[in-house]
Write a protein that binds this ligand. Structure first.
Ligand SMILES: Cc1cc2nc3c(=O)[nH]c(=O)nc-3n(C[C@H](O)[C@H](O)[C@H](O)COP(=O)(O)OP(=O)(O)OC[C@H]3O[C@@H](n4cnc5c(N)ncnc54)[C@H](O)[C@@H]3O)c2cc1C
Length: 386
């Protein structure tokens, strides 16, 4: 068993850490206050990421990516997690589900996404179908060689910058002994397609500037070439490519928790009350001890799950545990840090209140904590027939 990073991995961590400190941190307050990422800053981040050779680093070298292992990529995400999500979006990591592209789709979607010429967004969630993905109402019916889409999606991140969308829709229903089960197909939909509209979504308290949009399809006609993967094979594509994305949420949570923790540690050492640093009070010192213990535990859970993926071992439960624990740890760490800062923790002179707000969404998106618990318990109970 090997716990250390290789020299190359240390280099990845150092490179991404200094990128985040130099290219992301300086713009965070502007984005936080305005709720926007100015185009020039976005373009600059994109260009510098490309120069570093990190754009689409989650893709294999064969298609122009950096060919990082799952472990290497978890380290990248961990360091990116320190910085603003809205700005980090331009340190492009296209959805690796695009590896399912075939034929002309490779030139139209996969390669331009990896080059950073076109940006993607992934649309699964609907107003009436969140955790229950199969409950989706957005549907497509065949009409000759075309498909006609109707319905809507909401909470779609990064949609305002996307040139095309990876959209999951219902394309039929199977009657099974456990009741009707919808068949899902994945489509590639270009912005500007007739009958397809993208509009502003809701204002979230988490990750200002990282917006979500509402997509609507009104008799949106797509040729059959827009199907990604197989017709009715949406769940297969999802399972093959998407379950590992939960690990990126875990890794980012660890990175953000470490940044937040540094504030807590320094404040506990510097802030004096009753004539001594507050960290000397056991009530505060023990909070520091608990925080670092939980951060390290979440880090190891995350890296261990990434390692399993690299070994080709089953990792579904381990990824769910990492996502569950890391996001809940982040909530505790940001809340405790705010408590250590006292009243100043709530003021926007420090980024603590932002870390605290940002942490909230991590337990919800990419599968809520309850859904992660469901995955973990099912994995353990099913083999026992329960
Ligand atoms: C800011 C933001 C950005 C997002 N970006 C995207 C995106 O880019 N693309 C995309 O497709 N989606 C996106 N999502 C959607 C996100 O993945 C969903 O919000 C999430 O899956 C939960 O769905 P829901 O919000 O509809 O909650 P619901 O599914 O309605 O859940 C409500 C509550 O019920 C609980 N619950 C539901 N089912 C069960 C169960 N079986 N057992 C126990 N408890 C249960 C949940 O845990 C939760 O506490 C985003 C969401 C947010 C908030």
């Amino acid at each position: 068993m090997q716990f250390g990073l290789t020299q190359e991995q240390e280099m990845i961590v150092d490179t991404v850490r200094s990128f985040v400190e130099n290219e992301i941190y300086p713009h965070e307050q502007l984005v936080e206050r305005s709720g926007e990422v100015p185009t020039e800053i976005a373009q600059n981040i994109k260009n510098k990421t490309k120069e570093l050779g990190f754009y689409a680093c989650n893709f294999p070298e064969s298609v122009g990516g950096a060919g990082l292992t799952h472990m290497d990529f978890a380290l990248v995400e961990r360091e990116l997690g320190r910085g603003s999500m809205a700005l980090n979006h331009f340190f492009g990591r296209p959805q690796n589900i695009l590896m399912a592209c075939q034929g002309e789709q490779i030139e139209r979607y996969l390669l331009p996404a990896v080059r950073g010429d076109r940006m993607d967004a992934l649309a699964m969630t609907e107003p009436d179908a969140g955790s229950d993905v199969r409950g989706m109402n957005c549907s497509a019916v065949r009409d000759g060689d075309d498909w006609v889409l109707n319905g809507s999606k909401h909470f779609i991140s990064g949609a305002e910058h996307a040139d095309f969308f990876i959209v999951f829709v219902a394309t039929g229903v199977d009657e099974t002994p456990r009741g009707p089960k919808k068949r899902i197909t994945t489509f590639l939909v270009d912005r500007g397609t007739h009958g397809f509209d993208v509009r502003d979504g809701y204002n979230s308290v988490s990750h200002k500037g990282y917006k979500n949009c509402i997509l609507s399809f009104d008799d949106c006609r797509l040729p059959k070439e827009q199907v990604l993967g197989e017709v009715d094979g949406g769940f297969a594509v999802m399972n093959e490519w998407l379950y590992a994305t939960r690990l990126t949420v875990a890794a980012m949570s660890v990175g953000r928790a470490r940044r937040c923790f540094d504030y807590a540690l320094n404040y506990a050492a510097e802030r004096k009350q009753f004539g001594q640093p507050i960290g000397k009070f056991q009530g505060v010192g023990f909070q520091i001890a608990d925080m670092i213990t939980e951060i390290d535990a979440a880090d190891w859970l995350t890296l261990a799950a990434a390692w399993r993926l690299d070994q080709g071992l089953p990792a579904n439960r381990e990824i769910a545990s990492a996502k569950l624990y890391a996001t809940e740890m982040l909530a505790r760490v940001t809340d405790t840090t705010l408590q250590i800062f006292g009243g100043m923790g709530l003021m926007d002179d420090f980024p603590i209140e932002r870390f605290w707000r940002d942490a909230r969404v991590e337990r919800i998106w990419d599968g809520t904590s309850e859904i992660q618990r469901h995955i973990i318990s099912r994995d353990l109970l099913r083999p026992l027939g329960a």
